[in-house]
Write a protein that binds this ligand. Structure first.
Ligand SMILES: NC(=O)c1ccc[n+]([C@@H]2O[C@H](COP(=O)([O-])OP(=O)(O)OC[C@H]3O[C@@H](n4cnc5c(N)ncnc54)[C@H](OP(=O)(O)O)[C@@H]3O)[C@@H](O)[C@H]2O)c1
Length: 354
């Protein structure tokens, strides 16, 4: 804790608690020393106890999921996490902010600064475009101070978290050509949410690998927006996501031409310097590369790289748990900063895997 005295617990609510990111938030928040969870909401599962929807939570929390009512949430909670599908958060988020609640939205609804990008990439008109300038992109490794002061956090997408953390140090130092970036990501099926759909049906996804959203995935503008900010010039990327028969985890490989010859050891030194003091990014030693299993259920992002002198390109690999650093853990990390708590509160879970 940043203060010597135990702070009073912050009253928080989770909208969309019956989904995967909502339940993951609850798993983290029920054991968080600075939090009291006061309300949960659901849509089709409204009026059901959360411990029936997720029996692993029985004995830890016995709240009943209610229908979503922003006025009722604002009356009880200081902070509301929105774990809703995109397009469902816009109006609710704007309403809650107007009522003085601090909001952490896990959907894409406040991530893009340009309202026109919602028309292009998501096919809808934004209902609260005036909030897009104010919303802070909730990647603490890049925006820590703005997050601490924010009323509205746009928690990054899972793929963008792995890509932006994986490549920012090289762009920040001008070491890679920003016009040659190719990003390939592989995700587990929980990235698509709990609601059953055909592509994530067991017999469709198991024992198979496929690319999807090729050339048009909605996380592309978010990656470009943030990498452009880091580079200080417009960055375009080729981003290709893939679905793998894993429950959770994302592995991302990023390649680009180096601005000049650099050894692997030199580039790893740049990464270590860039992420100095950032608890959740682990820069691996030369000769080691990340694996999803080493970050599962944690808020960690592992990063490793190889400088390929033969092609003049760098190959960066990053790994996260899509439901933790890719969503709910990152949201809790942002909440900690907003509440003036240790950034790691409720998140420090070492030694899960050898
Ligand atoms: N899954 C990931 O790895 C991941 C990572 C980063 C970001 N995200 C983003 O986080 C958000 C939640 O994702 P998820 O994977 O948790 O989805 P999910 O498992 O499908 O859960 C969605 C939740 O929202 C509720 N809901 C659905 N429509 C609603 C509406 N119109 N009004 C109010 N509540 C509604 C659902 O309630 P019922 O179940 O009761 O119907 C459920 O609680 C999405 O925007 C997603 O893009 C997900």
């Amino acid at each position: 804790m940043t203060t010597e005295e135990t702070p009073r617990p912050r009253r928080v609510a989770i909208a969309g608690a019956s989904g995967y990111t909502g339940a993951e938030l609850l798993r983290l928040l029920v054991q968080h020393p600075g939090v009291e969870v006061v309300a949960l909401t659901a849509e089709t599962h409204a009026n059901q106890p959360i411990s029936q929807l997720f029996p692993s939570l029985a004995g830890f929390v016995d709240l009943i999921c209610r229908p979503l009512d922003p006025a009722a949430l604002a009356a009880e909670a200081e902070f509301v996490f929105l774990a809703l599908p995109h397009k469902a958060s816009m109006a609710v988020g704007a309403d809650l902010v107007k009522r003085g609640v601090r909001v952490l939205d896990l959907s894409a609804d406040f991530r893009l600064k340009d309202p026109a990008a919602y028309r292009t990439w998501y096919g809808f008109e934004h209902l609260a475009p005036s909030l897009l300038g104010e919303a802070v992109y909730g990647l603490p490794e890049l925006h820590r101070e703005e997050i601490a002061a924010a009323r509205l956090i746009a928690v990054p997408g899972c793929y963008p978290t792995s890509a932006i953390l994986g490549f920012s140090p090289l762009l920040a130092r001008g070491l890679a050509d920003p016009e040659t970036i190719v990003i390939d990501s592989i995700s587990g099926v929980s990235g698509a949410g709990r609601k059953p759909e055909l592509p994530t049906h067991f017999s469709e996804a198991n024992e198979s690998l496929k690319a999807y959203g090729v050339g048009k995935h909605r996380h592309t503008p978010e990656i470009e927006q943030e990498l452009s900010g880091v580079a200080g010039r417009p960055v375009t990327v080729t981003f290709t996501p893939h679905l793998a028969p894993l429950t959770r985890g994302i592995l991302t490989t990023i390649t680009a031409r180096l601005a000049g010859p650099r050894s692997t050891a030199e580039l790893l030194g740049v990464y270590r310097e860039f992420y100095r003091g950032r608890s959740f990014v682990r820069v691996l030693e030369e000769g080691r590369l990340p694996e999803t299993k080493h970050v599962l259920h944690s808020n960690l992002c592992d990063v490793g790289l190889v400088s390929d002198a033969r092609t003049g390109r760098v190959i960066v690999v990053s790994a996260i748990d899509n439901l933790v650093k890719g969503a709910s853990g990152q949201a809790v990390q942002c909440f900690n900063l907003m509440a003036g708590l240790d950034e790691r509160a409720g998140l420090w879970i070492p030694g899960l895997f050898p």
